[in-house]
Design a binder for this molecule. Sequence first.
Ligand code: NAP
Length: 325
Amino acid sequence: MKSKIVLYHPVPQSLRDELDAHFEVTAFDKVTDSNRAEFLAAVFEAEGLIGMGLPVPTSELSGATKLMVIATITAGYDAFDVAELTARKIVLMNLFDPLTETTADLAFALIMAAGRRIVELDRKVRLGQWLKPVETPWFGLDIHGKTLGIVGMGRIGGAIARRGALGCGMSILYTARSPKPEAEKAYSAKHCELEELLRESDYVCLAVPLTAETKGLIGERELGMMKKTAILVNIARGPVVDEKALAQALQNGTIYGAGLDVYEKEPLPMDSPLLALDNVILAPHVGSATTQTRDAMAAYAAESLIGYLCKGVSRNVVNPEALGG
Ligand code: NAP
């Protein structure tokens, strides 16, 4: 008999066929208030879930007594209460391979666009304000040869470092919980404390997971340590930065600019002070959002789910303590 699973994210038809071949699938393109009860009823019967994040709080899964595994089509898993899942022996599997390079591309796009003020200048051209050869007020900042500080030298941080060091001849500073000898060798990266990184870097790029330790990691005090000419790029998670303090720092000229992909509240509310500022680029959480990568991510998560429920093999398990229960 096929296991029952719930799919709560649209996937290409070929992948849906693959899931149908292995499972009895109940699918939801989107979970909203109007179909939440129906979603939960299906979840309560399911052995596996697959989708992006989780559309309900983990606590609402208490009736899902048959649930064995969740394959999230994301790298970050802050949408889940991992301790709660582990206590209930529900295995959580994430992914990273298909999206590491794509997210690093976006980080670098934000570094370049913020440094060279591409979005702001594009707006000026469209408004008919380009009337003569540009002068100092429209000039941007160099990227090549500058210092790039990477907060969180993991998979994505490493891919950003490679672009910076080998592509643009940047000096790399980084923080992580432990030193990364490979990055130090390959990119001459230097491990340092956050304070040194903030004081010395021309570009500060956040690539840490959102955890109790990283929530609010960059606030008024930390922004105050950065150079007036520095740019902050956040592709990690919104709550790593105190957004109100960032808006103030951008407005006051405490730092030069920012490139953001993630926010404290998403979608970004229309009353956000960030919207009024020219020196911040606002991307709508698109780190992994290319068709090729999103399809590869869904396929990867589906393979993980099939592996676990049909073949008893596991990979990318966030909570290994839940295995074997
Ligand atoms: P990863 O490989 O696990 O790397 C995370 C890095 O952060 C590691 O180097 C880790 O240090 C470091 N770190 C963790 N806690 C820290 C702390 N308290 N202080 C300093 N460093 C700390 O993760 P990844 O695949 O690179 O992804 C990073 C995050 O990016 C994800 O968790 C996700 O939230 C975000 N993300 C965003 C998008 C997007 O669409 N914008 C896409 C993908 C991922 P150690 O190695 O020493 O443990």
